[in-house]
Design a binder for this molecule. Structure first.
Ligand SMILES: Nc1nc2c(ncn2[C@@H]2O[C@H](COP(=O)(O)OP(=O)(O)OP(=O)(O)O)[C@@H](O)[C@H]2O)c(=O)[nH]1
Ligand SMILES: [Mg+2]
Length: 205
């Protein structure tokens, strides 16, 4: 028997990682997946509590584990992922039929990467309101993650973000690696992101 596909979601504080999980889970469940979620927060299990409430109609609380890292987020998902690996084992014992596990890193900075021993694929989430120069600033999440999500496109006009520039800089930094513009609150880009996080990924365009 193969274990569930493990997807890491990283990115700066407030870029929309939890909002993306809230949008993805109902879509994955509709595709017939059993989904488990591990969240990481430094000083709380706030995101797990939020998901327990916001996903109440789609996900039983037994599918959720909140890890309180007590240390900087990238330590917990890269240098020493033992607490996250233990959380995944706990989930798989509780819910043996899981097919996909989403692991949200604590909000970090542009240096975040996941240990390849923890995740099979990574999604890096940035948002337009943090500045349209972020793709040009680079870092491993921007350049080498499996999928780059540029979230909150609905706020572009309010903050004066140039989406064409973000698109150009992201594609220049990533080559063939995919980039999706998203609005997690309204489902923009979610079809392609859902395709990426399934075991047999389809082209994300
Ligand atoms: N307008 C808009 N707001 C969004 C979008 N995605 C998330 N938000 C809002 O942005 C804020 C932060 O979203 P979260 O999902 O908590 O961000 P996060 O990356 O999980 O944050 P941390 O876990 O604290 O790092 C919340 O108020 C969300 O409602 C979006 O696409 N558009
Ligand atoms: Mg979060």
């Amino acid at each position: 028997m193969t274990r569930p596909l493990r997807i890491g979601l990283g990115g700066p504080v407030g870029s929309g990682k939890t909002a993306l999980i809230e949008a993805l889970v109902p879509r994955l469940v509709a595709h017939g997946h059993a989904v488990g979620v591990v969240t990481n927060d430094i000083y709380s299990t706030e995101d797990a509590q939020r998901l327990e409430w916001s996903l109440t109609s789609t996900l039983d609380a037994s599918h959720l584990v909140g890890v309180q890292t007590g240390c900087c987020p990238h330590t917990a998902v890269r240098e020493d992922p033992s607490a996250n690996l233990a959380a995944l084992t706990e989930l798989e014992e509780r819910v043996p039929q899981l097919t996909i596990e989403l692991i949200e890193s604590g909000g970090d900075n542009l240096t975040l990467t996941f240990s390849p021993g923890l995740v099979d694929r990574s999604v890096f989430v940035i948002d337009v309101a943090a500045g349209d120069d972020i793709p040009a600033k680079g870092g491993p999440g921007v350049t080498r993650s499996g999928l780059l999500v540029i979230n909150k496109v609905d706020l572009a006009s309010a903050v004066g973000a140039n989406l064409a520039r973000m698109d150009r800089d992201a594609r220049a930094a990533r080559g063939e690696r995919p980039v999706i513009f998203a609005d997690c609150r309204r489902g923009v880009g979610l079809k392609q992101i859902t395709a990426f996080v399934q075991p047999e990924p389809r082209p994300v365009g």
